[in-house]
Design a binder for this molecule. Sequence first.
Ligand SMILES: NC(=O)c1ccc[n+]([C@@H]2O[C@H](COP(=O)([O-])OP(=O)(O)OC[C@H]3O[C@@H](n4cnc5c(N)ncnc54)[C@H](OP(=O)(O)O)[C@@H]3O)[C@@H](O)[C@H]2O)c1
Length: 303
Amino acid sequence: MVEESLETTVRLNNGVEMPRLGLGVWKTNNTNAKESVSSAIQQGYRLIDTAKQYGNETGVGEGIREGLEKTGLDRKDLFITTKVFNGDQGYQSTLDKFEGSLKRLQLDYVDLLLIHWPVDGKYLDTWKAMEKLYHDGKVRAIGVSNFDVERLQNLLDHAEVKPVINQMEFNPLQQEKEILNFAQEQGIQLEAWSPLGGGAALNNPTIQKIADAHNKSTAQVIIRWDWQRGIVTIPKSAHPERIAQNSDIFDFSLSDDEVQAINDLDENKASIWYQDFGWYEPNGGVDTGSVDKWDDSPADYDK
Ligand SMILES: NC(=O)c1ccc[n+]([C@@H]2O[C@H](COP(=O)([O-])OP(=O)(O)OC[C@H]3O[C@@H](n4cnc5c(N)ncnc54)[C@H](OP(=O)(O)O)[C@@H]3O)[C@@H](O)[C@H]2O)c1
C-alpha cells in the first residue's frame, strides 16, 4: 500500500502533481501568515493557498522563504497557489498585476493561479491572460474558483487551456453536488475552501460521534472525509498546534458507512452569491481598494 502523507499528490489534467492537503491563510495578517506558513512547511505541508484579496502575500512570501531556509527544501518542493483579484480582472491588468503577486511572494513562478471569482463580462479576458502566463512558464497550472456550472461551461466553450481546478466552498453541510459532478465529468479537480465550514461543521453531533469512535477531533474527521472523497483541501489555522492536528489524518480511515453518514449531512444549499457583489453586472464597477486588510499597517499590495 502506498503510504499517505502531506506529500501525496493528485495528477491534474495538465499532468502537474498537486499535494492533496495544504494550508489556507484567509483572514490572516502578514505577521501571522509568515508564522503559519513557515510552521506548516516545517511540519511537512507542501501546498499553500493565498490570494491577493487576502492582503497577506508579503507575509506568505516571508513564510515560504523562512520555511525553505529552515528545512533545506527547494522552491520546487512546494506548491503555491494565488488568485487573480476581482479588481484586476481583464486581459492586460491580469498580466500587469500578476507581477505584483510574484514580487510579494518572492517567487519567479506560482504553481497554480486561479480566477478568484467569475467577474461577469471580464473572466474570459482574464482567462486569456492566464493562458499567456501559463504558456510563458510563469504559472504551472491555471484554474478557477467559485464558478457555477453555467460559468464553467462558458469558460470551457472559449478556453484554449482547460482549467485544472474549481475551488469551491465545500464542507459536510454544503456539498455542491451539481458543481462537483460537473467538475468530475470534465476532469477538473474540486478543491474545498472553508472545509471546516468556518467552524460550523466542527460542532455537528454526527461528526462528533465519528470523531469519538476514532479518538480524533471533528476537524480531523472532516479533513479525512475530504481525503477519502478525493477532494483537495486547504484548512486554515493560525495556530501551529492546529496546523499539526489538521494534517494528522493518516493513521485512521473512515468506514464506508461513516463516509455516507457525513455525505448525508448535506443541506443542499447553493453557496454562490454573485448578486451581492458590486461587480455582478458587467463593468458594474469594482472597488479596487477592497483587498482584505487584516493589518493595521499600510496595505502592501499594488492598486
Ligand atoms: N476561493 C475562495 O473564494 C476562498 C474563500 C474562502 C476561503 N478560501 C481558502 O480556503 C481556506 C480555508 O477556508 P477558511 O479559512 O474560510 O475556513 P476553514 O478552514 O473551514 O476554517 C478555519 C477556521 O477554523 C478554525 N480551525 C482550524 N483548524 C481547527 C481545529 N483543528 N480545531 C478547531 N478549529 C480549527 C480556524 O481558527 P484558528 O485560525 O484560530 O485556528 C478558523 O477559524 C482559506 O484560508 C483560503 O485559503 C478560498
